[in-house]
Ligand binder design. Structure first.
Ligand code: GDP
Ligand code: IMO
Ligand code: MG
Length: 424
C-alpha cells in the first residue's frame, strides 16, 4: 500500500503550490484537492505560457495523472465552467482526467451574495474575502444545510436548491446594507455551469481514495490557501473557513493520518499576504515595494496587490510543526537578488516579553518582530540549474532556515517556470 503525499502552503497562501504540484505530478498517479474552493488561484508556467487554476487540481496538464476533487472542497459551477472554457485550447478530455467526490459542497449564487453582504456590513473590520462565497458555503456545511454534489442525482434536488435559496434571500433581507443583484441572471449562469459539471464523473470519495491506496497508486494531495489562514490555527478571524493544515487532507479526502507519507511544505523566501489581518513582518518601505514589483505580487484570483514583508521564522516553525512537514520547497529566492541585507524574524517582542512561539493572537499593537540579519546575494539566480551554482550567502540563508525549523529545504525555485526548479 502506498502513502498519500501531501503538499501545503505554510504562510498566508500564494507560496507557489501550483508550480510545485506541477513539478511533482510526474511522480504521482492522482492529484487531489482536499479543501478550499475558487478562492484559490494556483499558477503554473511552462512552454512560455501561464495558467491559473481555481478548482481543478494542478495535475491537469499531464497526460497520465488523474485529478480528484475531494469532499472537503466547495465548488462553484459558474467558475468551474469558466475554468474549463479557458482550457478548451488544450483539448483535455476532462471526463477521463477529472472526477469529483459526491461529498463536495456546492457554492450557490446566493452564497456569493451573502459573502458580499457580510463583508460590506463588517466595514473596516472586513476579512478581505475573495467574495467567492466560501464562508457562507462552509457555514451551511457545518450548519447541516448545505447541498452536495451527490444531491444533484436526487429527484428532489431542485426543491432542495429552491428551499436553501429562499432561506438565503431572507437572510439577505435582514442586512441593513443592500446588495444589488439579478437572481435570474445569476441562476442562468449557475444552471449552465451545472450542466457541464454533470458531465464529469461523480464518485464515492472514500472508496475512490482507499481503492487507489490499495492498488498502490501514488496520490499527491494539493492544499489551497496556507497554514496561517487555517480556521483553527491561523490568524483568526482573518482566515478562510476551511482546515488548510494537514488534518484537512484526512477530513477532506477520507484518508487516515497514518496513510500520509511525505509532507511538502511550500514557503516563499519572504512573506506575502492578501486581504486584511495582522502581518508582523510587513514592510511599508522601499524594500517591501521592491519585493512586490520584482515578485509581481498580485493575487491570482482577485488581482489585488499582495502585502509584502520579511520571512517570519516563528510563524514558519508553527506551520512546520502543525503539518508534520518532512521537506520544504523555498520559492522566489530570485526576487531577493540584489538586496544588501536580508532579514528574518526569529522571535517576537510580545506584550513586552521576548517569545519564540506563535501566540494566540498576533495583533499589531501587541507584537514586534525581532530580526536576524543576513548578507544578501547579488547574483541573478533565475538561470541557475544546479546546487553548485547557488550563491554562498543564499546557501547560508537556506542552512539557517533549515536549522531554525528543523526540516531540510529540498527544492529551491528560482523563477515561475516549471524548469526553474533545483532539486537538492
Ligand atoms: P499558489 O496559490 O501557492 O499556487 O501561488 P500563486 O500562483 O498564487 O502565486 C505564486 C506566484 O509566484 C505565481 O505568479 C507564480 O508564477 C510565481 N512563482 C512561483 N515560483 C516562483 C519563483 O521561484 N520565482 C518567481 N519569481 N516567481 C515564482
Ligand atoms: P491560494 O490557494 C491567498 C485569503 C483572502 C482573505 C481570507 C479569506 O491561491 O494560496 P475567503 O475568500 O477564503 O473567505 O478569504 O483568505 N485567501 C487567500 N489568500 N491565497 C489564497 O489561496 C487565498 N484564499 C483565500 O484574501 O484574506
Ligand atoms: Mg494563489
Amino acid at each position: 500500500m502506498s502513502k498519500v503525499n501531501l503538499l501545503l502552503g505554510l504562510q498566508w497562501g500564494d507560496e507557489g503550490k501550483g508550480k510545485i504540484v506541477d513539478v511533482l505530478t510526474k511522480q504521482h498517479d492522482i492529484i487531489a484537492r482536499f479543501q478550499g474552493g475558487p478562492n484559490a488561484g494556483h499558477t503554473l508556467v511552462f512552454n512560455g505560457q501561464k495558467h491559473v487554476l481555481h478548482t481543478i487540481p494542478s495535475g491537469i496538464f499531464h497526460d497520465k495523472a488523474m485529478n480528484f476533487v475531494g469532499n472537503g472542497v466547495v465548488i462553484d459551477p459558474v467558475i468551474f465552467k469558466n475554468e474549463l472554457d479557458h482550457l478548451a485550447k488544450h483539448q483535455i478530455d476532462f471526463p477521463s482526467k477529472l472526477c469529483i467526490s459526491r461529498g463536495a459542497h456546492l457554492i450557490l449564487p446566493t452564497h456569493r451574495l451573502l459573502d458580499a453582504a457580510s463583508e460590506t456590513a463588517k466595514g473596516k473590520a472586513k476579512i478581505g474575502s475573495t467574495l467567492k462565497g466560501i464562508g457562507p458555503t462552509y457555514m451551511d456545511k457545518t450548519g447541516r444545510n448545505g447541498l452536495r454534489i451527490g444531491d444533484l442525482e436526487l429527484p428532489d434536488w431542485k426543491e432542495r436548491y429552491q428551499k436553501l435559496t429562499q432561506k438565503h434571500l431572507k437572510m439577505l433581507s435582514n442586512y441593513t446594507i443592500k446588495i444589488d443583484f439579478n437572481l435570474e441572471e445569476l441562476e442562468t449562469a449557475f444552471f449552465e455551469g451545472l450542466k457541464l459539471l454533470q458531465t464529469i464523473p461523480f464518485v464515492d470519495g472514500v472508496f475512490y481514495m482507499q481503492n487507489a491506496i490499495d492498488k498502490n497508486q501514488k496520490v499527491l494531495a494539493e492544499g489551497a490557501q496556507g497554514s496561517l489562514l487555517d480556521i483553527d490555527f491561523g490568524t483568526y478571524p482573518f482566515v478562510t473557513s476551511s482546515t488548510t493544515t494537514a488534518a484537512g487532507a484526512c477530513t477532506g479526502l477520507g484518508i487516515a493520518p497514518n496513510q500520509i507519507g511525505e509532507v511538502y511544505g511550500i514557503m516563499k523566501a519572504y512573506t506575502t499576504r492578501v486581504g486584511s489581518g495582522p502581518f508582523p513582518t510587513e514592510l511599508f518601505d522601499e524594500d517591501g515595494k521592491r519585493m512586490a514589483e520584482v515578485g509581481k505580487e498580485f493575487g491570482a484570483t482577485t488581482g489585488r496587490p499582495r502585502r509584502c514583508g520579511w520571512l517570519d521564522l516563528v510563524a514558519l516553525k508553527h506551520a512546520v510543526q502543525l503539518n508534520g512537514v518532512t521537506q520544504l520547497a523555498m520559492m522566489k529566492g530570485d526576487v531577493l537578488s540584489g538586496f544588501n541585507t536580508i532579514k528574518a524574524c526569529t522571535s517576537y517582542l510580545y506584550k513586552g516579553k521576548e517569545i519564540s512561539h506563535f501566540p494566540y493572537s498576533i495583533n499589531e499593537e501587541d507584537i514586534k518582530p525581532i530580526y536576524t540579519e543576513f548578507t544578501g546575494w547579488q547574483e541573478d539566480i533565475t538561470e541557475i540549474t544546479s546546487v553548485a551554482e547557488i550563491p554562498k550567502v543564499l546557501k547560508e540563508y537556506i542552512a539557517f532556515i533549515e536549522n531554525y525549523v528543523g526540516v531540510p529545504i529540498n527544492i529551491v525555485s528560482v523563477g515561475p517556470d516549471r524548469k526553474q526548479t533545483i532539486i537538492l
